[in-house]
Write a protein that binds this ligand. Sequence first.
Ligand SMILES: Nc1ncnc2c1ncn2[C@@H]1O[C@H](COP(=O)(O)OP(=O)(O)OP(=O)(O)O)[C@@H](O)[C@H]1O
Ligand SMILES: [Mg+2]
Length: 722
Amino acid sequence: MRCSACGTDNEAGRKFCAECGAPLRVTCTACGSANAPGAKFCGECGASLTAAPAPVPVPAAERRLVTVLFADLVGFTSHAEARDPEDVRELLSRYFELCRTLIDRYGGTVEKFIGDAVMAVWGAPVAMEDDIERAVRAALDLAASVDALGHELGVPDLRARAGILTGEAAVTVGAVGEGMVAGDLVNTASRIQAVAEPGGVLVGDPTKRATEAAVVYEDAGVRELKGKAEPVQLWRAVRVIGGRGGALRSTGLESPFVGRDRELRVIKELFHASSGESKAHLVSVMAVAGTGKSRLSWEFFKYIDGLAEDVRWHRGRCLPYGEGVTYWALAEMVRTRAAIAEGEDPDAQLAKLHAAVEESIADPEERRFVEPRLAHLLGLEAAAPADRENLFSAWRLFYERLADEMPTVMVFEDMEWADASLLDFIEYLVDWSKNHPLFVIVLARPDLAERRLTWGAGKRAFTSLYLEPLSIGDMDQLLAGLVPGLPDELRAAIRARAEGVPLYAVETVRMLLDRGLLVSRGSTYEPAGRIGPLEVPETLHALIAARLDGLAPDERRIVQDAAVLGNTFTLDALAKLSGLSPGDLEPALAQLVRKEVLRLQDDPLSPERGQYGFLQDLMRRVAYDMSRSTSARPAILRRPRSTRATTRWSRSWPPTTSPRATRIRRPTTRPRSAAGRPRRSSGPASGPGPWRRPWRRSAISSRRPSSSAIPSSRPGCTSRRA
Ligand SMILES: Nc1ncnc2c1ncn2[C@@H]1O[C@H](COP(=O)(O)OP(=O)(O)OP(=O)(O)O)[C@@H](O)[C@H]1O
Ligand SMILES: [Mg+2]
């Protein structure tokens, strides 16, 4: 064999030249065959002999700060033994799907499933801001969702528990899924999960420190963990109390959120369906004052702000009075999007609006169409064409362009004050923008239904939620969270007073604290002395008085007369007291039932069947107080006291303090129209209508199958980008 380098003949079978040491054959890196020196391609497999050999991948690990979550199902093994294998499979697959969906929504990566346990990681393969907080939010959401899943699948005691730990771990670069993260951190996180109670989320010190602005924690003690030489301090995550990084968290007394898990879950799922399918959806949340509409939207905001996905959030309130209030809520949303401050100079406002339009709309022609019409909405451009069709289409275009970039939420609050034109716009927006991820929430007291009987009727992408009063158990939970350690007797009295309306409970507690009747002792509260019969807090008195003032004069008179008769009364008794005929009274009573001031007992089994009653006793008491001036009092009340039927309850209820409110939630002024004229309270409805209070109304009715307390300081508009 001749050497190609020096020309020397070598013996057959030699690998290197005996003269110069050059290789006498080239081994193919693909198939291992020997080839003559100088050959460009392998004679055996055709692979190139000249290309540089492909580098052999060597797994590279690096140390990174990650957060590891372990979660599993509690008592699942014993449950599985007693169940049909098909049911068990269904439950497990729903649970795995839930884990994947939630971990994904919060920006984590599922590392692996081990039996019914899931391990997820934040901070690898890609680190993002707020990884740690999102891991805790995901764990809390998972625990609550497994609870709901158990109820749905007929396993009410199904619970998940989770352990979370943040720290340095060896991360395999480029790996996704199993084997991505290793080290002591992983073992410790799994040990933490093993000591969590069913439904609980435990975290270590570093996780708690990084997230305590947004999450409330309880001390879970220093615990021995299997395999750990030293005991570890653990914390129980209780609830999320703010937006990202604790943004906008309440500085005052905020009760824990209770009793509305199902409604919140429905809203979340509808939102994900809307953003996932790029479809508009309208959710209407109705309930009497103080039942928790704003609180529900605040809980939804905290959720949205904690997700990995960027979302545009807008909020606007309707005003009950004043000039130019027709589209106030919408204008408020545009103002906050453009960062326009109250009372800013009009030129500065126009400049900011211009910048916001430039940023949101790429097409110059569209910008020219939209900008003057938004200026008109803000009252900045009187000369802009004011025909409604063009205005609506320009405003719609603005929101469509925002939604094209990222899912967009619009929350309209206090819609019981909304003008018909704003209701028209919302319906128009949801109809015309149906192929854009616009998620519109309308919060209103039942008076909205009176203003627009057909609200939502016939709409495909419409869901209606009705918030019923909270149950006794929920109210107890609310009070226990608000003022821990409250004596049973006092808690029962507050609960009885509140009748399921959270605002009433919160305001009564606030009054007791303000007056020093309830004092804090460490982490619990105690009465400072004997607490007599509970008064109506001034704030509530003002709220209810405003509601009564909002009724038509004849309705108010009837309510005041009825208040004299007690909590329930018959039509005949009211007719005698008021001097009106039953025929005159009935339409007005029907209207009051529709407005959720009164209820009609229509249960065929009830001994009170056919009687009317006050929906809230507090309303009756305030109505009675308001009628105490002689002129407003029914004639019968001017008779000697002994002949009245009312002394029974008026003694047990001390007169309220002056109705001057310390914190007036609603002005007692009569509502005014956009033109500033007092708005007429609509009279009794003609026609049949659903005027009875729906005793067994289903809380949720959706026309579209689901496929998939914000105080004024709370968010107007926000949006984020990764
Ligand atoms: N589900 C709930 N759990 C705990 N607290 C609640 C709940 N719902 C409402 N609250 C509390 O009750 C108070 C009144 O609630 P909220 O302001 O949401 O009522 P609303 O229905 O919006 O009233 P309005 O009709 O006056 O706008 C707030 O302090 C709120 O935090
Ligand atoms: Mg509200």
